[in-house]
Write a protein that binds this ligand. Structure first.
Ligand SMILES: Nc1ncnc2c1ncn2[C@@H]1O[C@H](COP(=O)(O)OP(=O)(O)OP(=O)(O)O)[C@@H](O)[C@H]1O
Ligand SMILES: O=c1[nH]c(=O)c2[nH+]cn([C@@H]3O[C@H](COP(=O)(O)O)[C@@H](O)[C@H]3O)c2[nH]1
Ligand SMILES: NC(=O)CC[C@H](N)C(=O)O
Ligand SMILES: [Mg+2]
Length: 521
């Protein structure tokens, strides 16, 4: 914003090399009260300079810097004199561009890694000499460019951070934007301070902006239906749209047969009570299970579920048409759904979220997605502002494709029943132990095509394992496995093997994200 007295806040550009975390970097900058926006790495430097950036951050990315077609540092960027901070791929790209060397050393680092600060310099000023950082890389900087000082290393990566303060250039191999990097936010803040960014930007009221935007998109006569799942994202999206267009909104809850025990009843009861919104409940189990018959490939499952959702919404579109045509479909899509579905610039497709990458090509609706640039915790804050009940705002996420992507193997009614029982026990025990808020979510996964031998009641069993996947996370982009107390795990295991006949083994998933994702499919 520029007034006659000059700009009131500074802008930081995040140059996106196809990172999983570009939006997260932008958000961390906004948390420092500095305005930030993401630009593609293909944007010409002149266009970037037109935005008058006070600082630039080069993001991570999936490519290898020397690979054919790898995104390059925008031509002429380092000649602009704008202070620049490279992260992971951005760090490697900076090193390479300025005459250092990058190599595939054969040793990758994923997840929590101990970092040793060898010189505080600007980035690590006042921070502990040893700290844990979050890594996700296969390439490494073998030699820093001339004039740069190496400031940190890890056991596998001798050059884990470098800087050239006189030129305003800084870089780290780790991901400071990820909360699991102990002092990441401080490192970022040190860069912003060094670049002279003033902490003068405060977030505009997300909710009011969103209501206005929805009103403008749908217009004074338009009607919408909203896919409502009982989860927080669709609840907040529905509340925003309800504010914008009132009773021209109809919510549709789809029971696809892949829900958890008691879920359909609970959503129907609690949601209407809390919001007073018009709700239609559709029993579509038959059609989803038929479409999924024999399908084992995760992406195929996701695409089928995404398509069937839309077909149900189209049926509903016809069913409520009496009040006037319905052209808009509201979804509680969040930024991570978009990123993981490969929706960023050059971002890899990790999995097609049913509501993004799983949508059919012949979609008859215009999508209304008021939360598309936000993260879960921002959505929760919006929900609180909208006055939604705490139980709804703090509900653990549950994926739209439901138990369909928690059965490794084909989905059948019998397998769903087994998983539903095991899942209900795990949820009950975690709630009883008071862990609901500590744990982001705890998928229970049925390894339907795996069998193992057990001994129960002195007899041999040949049953299936289930996996417990409790994770802690801030926004599902990264996660760590939750350290659930052993006695709680023991109770869950005993109860599941006692009460669910087909399951004779319970295993715990102790993988962070990355490298694992939260759901198994
Ligand atoms: N059973 C369902 N019926 C109707 N729409 C659904 C259903 N499940 C998911 N959706 C739609 O897909 C969107 C994405 O699902 P997702 O699970 O990411 O969000 P959510 O269920 O609203 O929140 P949460 O992430 O907390 O579970 C939802 O916001 C909603 O619009
Ligand atoms: O609505 C959804 N539709 C989907 O297709 C989908 N896939 C994963 N998830 C949820 O997203 C978060 C991140 O999950 P992953 O680490 O498995 O990608 C976790 O919270 C997952 O439960 C989905 N939600
Ligand atoms: N997260 C990243 O930016 C990874 C950078 C690069 N692709 C590597 O593997 O080293
Ligand atoms: Mg959900």
């Amino acid at each position: 914003m520029v007034s006659e007295f000059g700009p009131s806040f500074d802008t930081v550009l995040v140059v996106d090399f196809g990172a999983q975390y570009a939006q997260l970097i932008a958000r961390r900058v906004r948390e420092c009260h500095v305005y930030s926006e993401i630009v593609p790495s293909t944007m010409p430097v002149e266009e970037m300079m037109a935005k008058n950036p006070k600082a630039i951050i080069l993001s991570g990315g999936p490519s290898s810097v020397y690979a054919e077609g790898a995104p390059a540092v925008p031509h002429g960027l380092f000649e602009t004199g704008v202070p620049t901070f490279g992260i992971c791929y951005g760090f490697q790209a900076m090193a390479r561009e300025l005459g250092g060397t990058v190599a595939r050393t054969g040793v990758a680092e994923y997840g929590g890694t101990p970092l040793e600060v060898v010189r505080e310099g600007v980035l690590f000023a006042g921070l502990p000499g040893r700290q844990s950082v979050w890594m996700s890389h296969g390439d490494s900087v073998a030699a820093a460019p001339e004039g740069f000082e190496v400031t940190a290393s890890t056991p596998e990566t001798p050059v884990a951070a470098f800087e050239h303060p006189a030129r305003g250039l800084y870089g780290v191999q780790f991901h400071p934007e990820v909360l699991h990097s102990e002092h990441g936010q401080t490192v970022l803040k040190h860069f912003l301070d060094a670049a002279g960014c003033r902490p003068s930007w405060t977030m505009l009221n997300i909710v009011e902006d969103a209501v206005e935007a929805v009103r403008a998109q749908i217009g004074p006569e338009g009607r919408a239906i909203c896919g409502l799942s009982g989860g927080v994202d669709s609840a907040v999206a529905a509340a925003i749209v309800q504010r914008a267009i009132g009773d021209r909104l109809t919510c549709v809850f789809v029971d696809h047969g892949l829900l958890r025990k008691g879920e359909a009843e609970q959503v129907e009861r609690d949601f209407v009570a809390a919001t007073g919104v018009k709700l239609r409940v559709v029993d579509a189990a038959e059609r989803f299970l038929k479409a999924l018959d024999g399908v084992t490939d995760p992406e195929e499952k996701r695409k089928i579920i995404g398509r069937e959702f839309i077909r149900v919404f189209e049926d509903e579109q016809r069913a409520v048409i009496a009040d006037g045509p319905v052209d808009f479909l509201v979804q509680g899509t969040l930024y991570p759904d978009v990123v993981e579905s490969g929706g960023g610039t050059g971002t890899a497709n990790i999995k097609s979220h049913h509501n993004v990458g799983g949508l059919p090509d012949d979609l008859q609706f215009q999508l209304v997605e008021p939360l598309r640039t936000l993260f879960k915790d921002e959505v929760r804050r919006a929900g609180e502002e909208l006055g939604l009940p705490a139980a709804m705002v703090w509900r653990q996420p549950f994926p739209g494709p439901g138990l369909g992507i928690r059965i490794v193997g084909a989905v059948t009614r019998e397998r769903l029943e087994i998983l539903r029982e095991a899942d209900a026990i795990a949820r009950e025990e975690l709630t009883r132990a008071g862990l609901d808020r500590d744990i982001w979510q705890c998928p229970v996964v049925l390894l339907a095509d795996v069998r193992s031998v057990g001994v129960q009641g002195d007899g041999r069993t040949y049953g299936h394992p289930v996996v417990l996947r409790p994770v802690s996370s801030e926004d599902a982009m990264t996660a760590d496995w939750s350290r659930v107390p052993y006695d709680v795990l023991a109770r869950i295991s005993t109860r599941i093997t006692n009460e669910v006949r087909e399951v004779n083994r319970v295993v715990l998933d102790v993988t962070s994200k990355p490298p694992g994702t939260i759901e198994w499919e």
